[in-house]
Design a protein around this ligand. Structure first.
Ligand code: F0G
Length: 516
């Protein structure tokens, strides 16, 4: 009889088939630093240089000894992992450290409150929910204020202290009724979220609507709120779209003895979300100018800015927050990936105190968020980043510059194949020129279907024992997010491997690429 474990591919069988087709279906058995190991046919360990870095969740590399020791100690000591709804001083320390770091890097005088979650997308959704709660509470306050004004105006009219405006309704109740109907229409409009073309904010029901890739987003459009995508190449579009999404309620007030209608801005846009360096969209850094435009327009319209630092944050770019390097300050920050040190799943969203709604704490929670395993690990990660005056940030900067230099070297040798090297610190991408006219069938077909990057990743793994991937929504760009412990030797290996890929593409060498 067939045993249950022989059942083929119950978990995502199609995806496994794809991995097999491009030679990425390797099962790793051990991990250390920037190296993953699998066992070859002879049973010997084969090391692979991991430039994908757990998609950026390994700022200190796989199984960093200090983090592993911390995790081991927690388990050995019988730490309470699941003691929900109790005091968690570790979580308080993590929150205080995060708030302090944000304040240091942005110059903010306000503290930032932290809400913990389990994954990046979940923390994004927590931010989205918080922003919507804030908007709804603002609307409630506005509606209550308008009701008070209407009552005061009614009383003034009845007392003969105010007149109705000439040429309009001569009956206060008819006027009030018309205004109330118009306000109800505006008030029932659902919120709009603004984000950028090329953005990636996750794949859950709410967050996927803020992710630009149409394949991910459009099948689920009916499930969640509306988002509008602002083009990156036209800063003036920021203000234009905000203006298009503006709305107003009518307020009945008495001015100089006359009942007057005043327009009151209605908060229709719940939040503006952006990545300071778009990751999954192709490693695209925002410019300082674009960021300043977004901040200015959001301030003018009272829209909170949510900065998604899930991929760019946690020191990867040489500062804790990549946004701080372009002078951008957020009302919210979202962190995940390396916050868990590569061992725990955790994420957090931070809200500036002036925007924070404590009511949120009563309506949002998760069984596993803020647990007794992930929070001490996160604390250890933050302590390691901040140690010796933030030495880790300097290392990320220096190693990143060295890696960028090596990638630029590849581009300089193959300018006909490599289009551009982009990114900051240890969040880098290398974009190839379009290959859709290649005489190699595999290259051409791959380029036309957008999957060439995976074939190139398969080649790099098979021939050079290097692991990297394309950014999923920009298939011509390979991504690199290694740990800060990247050595000169590893950089050299990576550059050599990329030179080999570039030469395969230049030579349109089907045989070398497919190993056939
Ligand atoms: N936001 C950004 C900027 C991300 O890069 C990701 C994930 C998420 C949100 C969602 O986080 O996967 O923990 O739910 N990016 C992965 C990537 C998928 O390709 O780097 P998640």
């Amino acid at each position: 009889m067939k045993s249950i474990s022989d059942e083929p591919g119950i978990s995502e069988p199609y995806l496994l088939g794809f991995l097999t087709s491009v030679g990425l279906d390797v099962e790793y058995t051990r991990a250390e630093g920037n190296t993953l190991f699998f066992r070859g046919e002879d049973g010997e360990e084969v090391p692979v240089l991991d430039a994908a870095g757990g998609y950026g969740s390994l700022i200190f590399g796989h199984n960093h000894p200090e983090l592993v020791a911390r995790a081991r100690r927690l388990l050995d000591e019988g730490a309470p992992v699941n003691a929900q709804f109790s005091r968690n001083s570790c979580a308080q320390q993590v929150a205080a450290l995060l708030s302090g770091i944000v304040r240091r890097e942005t110059g903010s005088t306000e503290t930032y409150a932290a809400i913990f979650a389990n994954s990046g997308a979940e923390a994004i959704e927590a931010a989205v929910k918080h922003a919507e709660l804030d908007r709804v509470l603002q609307v409630q306050a506005l509606v209550a204020e308008l009701a008070e004004h209407t009552a005061a105006a009614r009383a003034a009219v009845e007392a003969g202290e105010a007149a109705l405006p000439a040429g309009g309704h001569q009956d206060f109740e008819a006027l009030a009724e018309e205004v109330s109907r118009a306000n109800a229409v505006v008030g029932s409009r659902p919120p709009v979220f603004l984000t950028l073309e090329g953005s990636f904010h996750g794949k859950l029901v709410g967050s996927v609507q803020l992710t630009h890739n149409t394949a991910y987003r459009t099948p689920f459009g009916a499930l969640a709120n509306r988002a509008r995508f602002v083009p990156l190449d036209r800063p003036s579009a920021v203000g234009e779209i905000i203006a298009e999404e503006s709305a107003a309620l009518r307020d009945i007030v008495v001015r100089d003895g006359v009942v007057t209608l005043v327009e009151r801005p209605f908060p229709l846009v719940a939040a503006f979300l952006l990545e300071p360096i778009q990751g999954e969209g192709g490693i695209v850094p925002l410019t300082r100018e674009f960021a300043a435009t977004v901040r200015r327009e959001c301030d003018a319209a009272g829209i909170p800015l949510v900065i998604d630092e899930i991929q760019s944050g946690m020191g990867r770019t040489g500062a804790f927050l990549a946004s701080s390097l372009i002078g951008l300050r957020g009302d919210y920050y979202v962190l995940a990936k390396s916050l868990g040190g590569g061992l725990a799943k955790t994420s957090a969203m931070l809200v500036r105190s002036g925007r924070y709604r404590h009511e949120f704490e009563l309506v949002h929670s998760s069984t596993f968020a803020k647990d007794g395993f992930s929070t001490p690990i996160a604390l250890k990660v933050l302590e390691m980043l901040e140690a010796d005056g933030g030495r880790a940030y300097g290392i990320a900067r220096e190693r990143g510059a060295r890696l960028a230099e090596a990638l630029e070297g590849v581009r300089a040798d193959f300018p006909d194949v490599v289009k551009e090297v982009r990114g900051k610190g240890l969040m880098l991408g290398l974009e190839f020129h379009d290959q859709s006219e290649s005489s190699s069938d595999t290259v051409r077909d791959g380029a036309r279907s957008g999957l060439l990057g995976y074939t190139l990743s398969g080649y790099l793994l098979r021939e050079h024992r290097v692991r990297t991937f394309p950014t999923a929504s920009a298939g011509n760009t390979l991504r690199f997010a290694p740990s800060i412990h990247l050595t000169d030797g590893e950089i050299e290996r990576l550059a050599d491997a990329l030179r080999a890929v570039a030469s395969v593409l230049r030579d349109e060498d089907e045989k070398r690429l497919t190993g056939g």
